[in-house]
Design a protein. Structure first.
Length: 214
């Protein structure tokens, strides 16, 4: 895999994974990933757009090709950021456990994996497939997000999975109350989305007429 260091003596590298629909990617995702990268000394952050998210089956989401390309445009200027097509290329629904296994390779020599999520997503982790295995395979970085309480998550983890408390780190970031839903709604209303997402993404949305119907 292209992420492994070639130096034999080097410790395993730290990879951050950030899953999401990214419909579209926005400054909330980017600030979150960059802060996690610096605070946890991550060598890379890989954004993994979902193909067919099991929990969003009933919602209409934008074609994976568009979401993948917008994510690629957004990370272009950051040398530590990458995008993976592993989930969008999969025919099956995307489960985080499969994605994490994909990146963990041979566990002994593989990278140390850090899965970055917002406070809303981490609150749902107990409904994810094989969440206990997941908590063993990677460390979670749960990032604050306006409107969601990380304290509640900490309490639940304490009750459901107390052994794993050291596998979830909580990270406070500058509050960004932006969401993809908010951006889609603004585009549908003809409102500006400037500065809510990087300019190339804004231009891509315009060029392809995305989100016009809300
Ligand atoms: P939607 O409104 O369509 O659900 P979203 O803005 O929540 O979109 P997702 O693609 O669902 O974006 O989220 C991907 C990941 O990014 C999740 O872990 C989510 O919690 C996190 N995230 C999204 N926006 C923020 C934000 N403003 N601050 C912190 N984390 C965020
Ligand atoms: Mg969301």
């Amino acid at each position: 895999m292209f992420f492994f260091r070639t130096n034999d003596n080097a410790a395993a590298i730290n990879i951050g994974l950030m899953g999401g629909t990214f419909d579209p990617i926005h400054v909330g995702h980017l600030v979150t990933a960059e802060e996690a990268r610096q605070q946890f000394d991550l060598d890379y952050v890989v954004f993994v757009p979902t193909g067919n998210p099991p929990h969003k089956e009933k919602e209409i989401i934008t074609l994976p090709e568009h979401r993948y390309l917008m994510t690629s445009l957004a990370v272009m200027s950051n040398p530590y950021f990458f995008v993976s097509s592993v989930e969008i290329n999969s025919e099956k629904p995307s489960y985080t456990i499969d994605t994490v296994k994909h990146f963990s390779g041979n566990e002994k020599e593989g990278p140390a994996l850090f899965f970055i999520t917002g406070a809303d997503a981490i609150l749902e982790i107990f409904s994810w497939k094989d969440y206990e295995k997941l908590l063993r395979l990677c460390t979670f970085i749960a990032v604050s997000r306006p409107g969601y309480s990380l304290d509640r998550f900490r309490e639940t983890l304490d009750q459901v999975c107390p052994d794993m408390i050291n596998k979830v780190h909580l990270l406070e970031i500058p509050a960004l109350a932006v969401s993809s839903t908010y951006i889609r709604e603004r585009v549908a209303l003809g409102k500006t989305i400037k500065y809510l997402t990087p300019e190339p993404v804004e231009q891509y949305i315009k060029k392809h007429g995305l989100y016009l119907t809300g």
